[in-house]
Design a protein around this ligand. Structure first.
Ligand code: EAX
Length: 324
């Protein structure tokens, strides 16, 4: 080991004390769920990957904000760097995205992930730029299921007359109206109080969201309708990304892919254990659901989606198959 003469040691210390601290750039990511959730897993993976890749020159701060529409607005005006959000309110900002919110469009997770990772998903991400947003990567919320506090739902008839909270999403609202329910759009932040006060009888969300937010405490009946796949996204402010050096932008994109992997893995894990967990917490779960009857009941709504949304793209997504 080399002995450093005292004077030199003093000079080094002085230099260290006066040297400018490693300039750190802060990036804030907000999302609507607990850290212990599939969104939290994605945000944490993004943070760890970017901070590691840049040797700490970047610091990612993760915050909770359970109003997705407000977060997207903040990213659009530049008061927030990034948000992880479901596509719930996204169609109000990027109408082309509404096609992926159509019920029963995706057969299963492999179909959904395959389409969103394909050129179809990339083309849809490209639609964000003209709207003052950057769609960085597709994430996942999961297949949505219906819960309520009134009675078990075994068929579309049982939904008739139920007051159901939906996201601020006209595609979803049309479906519930077609099933004879009374859809009430509201932000996630208002959901639990509305269920507690009986403003609405029910809601629909993926198992990971129901588990992470303990919705079993305000809902008694769960029906595995799987009526719609709920994509999510990492959306960032374009100017924030533009300010990054090219190599750092690449590191950010690589970190976003790590976030996607962690998010999807968490959804898969929650799907494997969540239903039993909700049963254990006291929910009455209906697993045998005749989805064909729901699709039949939604035939009129499908015809309207074909007319009002990009019908050709809807068919392309529905018929998409992974390359053999
Ligand atoms: O994105 O609002 C909702 O029901 C969403 O599923 C939730 O905010 C997670």
């Amino acid at each position: 080991m080399q002995i450093i003469p005292r004077l030199a040691l003093g000079a080094l210390l002085a230099a260290a004390l006066t040297a400018p601290a490693l300039a750190q750039t802060e990036i804030t990511v907000q999302h609507p769920l607990p850290l212990q959730s599939h969104y939290g897993a994605g945000a944490t993976a993004l943070k760890e990957a970017l901070e590691r890749a840049t040797g700490g020159r970047y610091r990612v701060t993760i915050q909770r904000n359970d109003n997705e529409r407000e977060m997207i607005e903040s990213v659009q005006i530049g008061t927030l760097d990034c948000t992880i959000t479901s596509t719930g309110p996204v169609g109000n900002f990027v109408p082309a995205v509404r096609v992926v919110d159509v019920p029963f469009l995706f057969r299963d997770y492999a179909h959904a992930r395959g389409v969103l990772d394909s050129e179809i998903g990339q083309q849809l991400l490209g639609q964000f730029t003209p709207r003052g947003l950057t769609g960085v990567v597709w994430l996942e919320n999961g297949f949505r299921h219906l819960t309520n506090s009134r009675h078990a739902v075994n068929s579309p008839d049982d939904i008739r007359g139920l007051k159901v909270r939906t996201m601020e999403n006209p595609v979803h609202m049309r479906a519930f109206r077609a099933l004879g329910a009374l859809p009430t759009p509201m932000a996630f932040s208002e959901l639990v109080p509305a269920l507690q006060q009986g403003t609405v009888d029910g809601q629909e969300n993926p198992i990971p969201v129901i588990v992470a937010n303990n919705l079993n405490q305000v809902q008694r009946f769960l029906t595995l309708t799987g009526h719609v796949y709920s994509p999510a996204l990492l959306i960032c402010n374009p100017a924030m990304l533009q300010r990054l050096a090219a190599t750092d932008r690449t590191a950010f994109q690589v970190a976003a892919v790590a976030a996607q992997r962690a998010n999807r893995d968490r959804v898969t894990a929650d799907e494997n254990t969540g239903v039993e967990e909700l049963r254990r917490r006291g929910m009455t779960v209906t697993t045998e659901v005749d989805r064909g009857r729901f699709q039949t009941a939604l035939a009129a709504a499908f015809a309207q989606y074909e007319r009002e949304l990009d019908g050709a793209l809807l068919r392309r997504i529905r018929d998409w198959r992974a390359a053999q």
